[in-house]
Design a protein around this ligand. Structure first.
Ligand code: ATP
Ligand code: MG
Length: 474
């Protein structure tokens, strides 16, 4: 009956089902998204130019799905599973519907294995476990994608399959992302699903479900999967335009009434499966973009309530040089604490409390000259902790490095070092400990941590500090 904007309305299709694939006489494929008494609305996956009023349409009886298999590792594909990296066809092992029910409660087990991001601020304060869904939320250009990429890089050699779903991004940014993964040797255990801004809205709409279907293939085989949806704001926008074109009634912020379900049914598919089900897992890091830090807008509140916590990134922190710009007060991880290793947990100690205290006192910084000595010392200490949490991109930290840095920071070793030198000091000190006290590293790597090791770390760090301050190592 009509065609335009990636949507076609069809009459006379009997018994078509929701999400069934249709084929137009010219070969163009579509998917049923709207069913009325006499009219079927469908979204089109291919160029709509060859579809005209009066074209014939056939049902296929198949629901939308994508090919899946081990050969997808290392590849860049579109939302329908076609390779778009110019490396030839992919031999699939099977085919999965893009939408399938989430694992049942009895098929799951609690989150209990840590999934380390390699980012100190996150692993120490907002730990993530396999099977968890942790939202990364923040304004434009606050380092959201970088956190996701760092997490992928940190999975190297850890037997985790990473799937990066890019929704509505510029093709050039996705190309850059793929480049970063290649350069760091992370592509061999990763898959990139891309529905870029120039792709039709239907493809942007199904991309995360396709990525999730691929993830389920590996999860059901008992493997661990990390999936990133970058980002769900653009996904919601694509769905909104489809819904409006299908003439569904707009609700809050012009989104259709089922926009919550759009994301809940996607994120519920992440799980830590029970051992009977193979023990596979899918950890999801959805990304959401906010406007001027407003987390109470419609889509952000929806996704905050669906996920098991959020990493909140703040522009002000980002521009002041505090990167990753994690807002300590507004970020949470509701289940990951159970998955944090014992060593890490005891190393973190009073970090959260100390940082909270510092943030409360920070306003007094401007009166720095009038402060008494004790307050000044406390401010310096807090400041050094904030410096400790700064981290360059694409340089994930190993767990033993994180523990050493935490112990050193919390024992006031770095306090006297001027802030611009802390970064240099951190790495040189780590190197010093690696060389002078390999037994510490060995213990930490086998997850042993006690007061004796703690004292040793502080001892060697102080030793190095003396050397550093006396100018011997500048
Ligand atoms: P967008 O909203 O455009 O998707 P984003 O929030 O995903 O942005 P990124 O693209 O990850 O942000 O980062 C923005 C810029 O900040 C990039 O140039 C990135 O290289 C830089 N950046 C991010 N994190 C760090 C960091 N820890 N250290 C140094 N630079 C960083
Ligand atoms: Mg980004």
């Amino acid at each position: 009956m009509t065609v335009g904007d990636g949507i076609a309305t069809i009459s006379g299709l009997l018994n078509a089902t929701y999400q069934e694939i249709l084929i137009f006489s010219s070969g163009v494929r579509g998917m049923v998204l709207e069913m009325e008494r006499d009219v079927t609305g469908c979204i089109l996956f291919d160029d709509e130019e060859s579809v005209v009023e009066g074209s014939t349409v056939r049902r296929t009886g198949k629901t939308a799905g994508i090919p899946v298999g081990d050969n997808f590792l290392g590849r860049v594909i579109d939302a329908l599973g076609n390779p778009i990296d110019g490396k030839g066809p992919i031999n699939a092992d099977g085919y999965r519907p893009i939408e399938s029910p989430a694992p049942r409660i009895v098929d799951r087990q609690p989150v209990n294995r840590p999934l380390q991001t390699g980012i100190l601020a996150i692993d120490a304060l907002f730990p993530i476990g396999h099977g968890q869904r942790e939202l990364i939320i923040g304004d434009r250009q606050t380092g959201k994608t970088t956190i996701a990429l760092d997490t992928i890089l940190n999975q190297k050699g850890k037997n985790v399959i990473c799937i990066y779903v890019a929704i509505g991004q510029k093709a050039s940014s996705v190309a850059q992302t793929v480049n970063v993964l290649r350069q760091h040797g992370a592509m061999e255990y990763s898959i990139v699903v891309n529905a870029s801004a120039s792709d039709p809205a239907p493809l942007q709409y199904i991309a995360p479900y396709s990525g999730c279907a691929l993830g389920e293939y590996f999860m059901n085989k008992g493997q661990s999967v990390l999936i990133i949806y970058d980002d769900l704001t653009k996904h919601a926008t694509a769905y909104r335009s489809l819904s409006l074109l299908l003439e569904r009634s707009p609700g809050r912020e012009a989104y259709p009434g089922d926009v919550f379900y759009l994301h809940s049914r996607l994120l519920e598919r992440s799980a830590q499966l029970s051992d009977e089900k193979g023990g596979g897992s899918m950890t999801a890091l959805p990304i959401v973009e906010t406007q001027a830090g407003n987390v109470s807008a419609y889509i952000p509140t929806n996704i905050i309530s669906i996920t098991d916590g959020q990493i909140f990134l703040e522009s002000d922190l980002f521009f002041s040089g505090q990167r990753p710009a994690v807002n300590i007060g507004l970020s949470v991880s509701r289940v990951g604490g159970d998955a944090q290793t014992k060593a890490m947990k005891s190393a973190v100690g009073t970090l959260r409390l100390d940082l909270a205290q510092y943030q409360e006192m920070e306003v007094f910084m401007q009166f720095a000259s009038d402060l008494d000595d004790i307050t000044k010392k406390q401010l310096d200490y807090g400041h050094s902790l904030m410096q400790l949490l700064r981290q360059d991109k694409y340089r994930p930290l190993k767990q033993y490095e994180q523990i050493i840095l935490l112990v050193v920071g919390l024992n006031h070793v770095m306090q006297e070092i001027p802030s611009e030198e802390i970064k240099e000091f951190k790495f040189k000190m780590l190197q010093y400990i690696e060389e002078q006290a390999p037994h510490i590293i060995k213990e930490l790597e086998s997850n042993n941590f006690n007061d004796k090791i703690k004292e040793d770390i502080v001892k060697f760090a102080r030793e190095y500090l003396k050397q550093y301050v006396s100018g011997g190592d500048k």
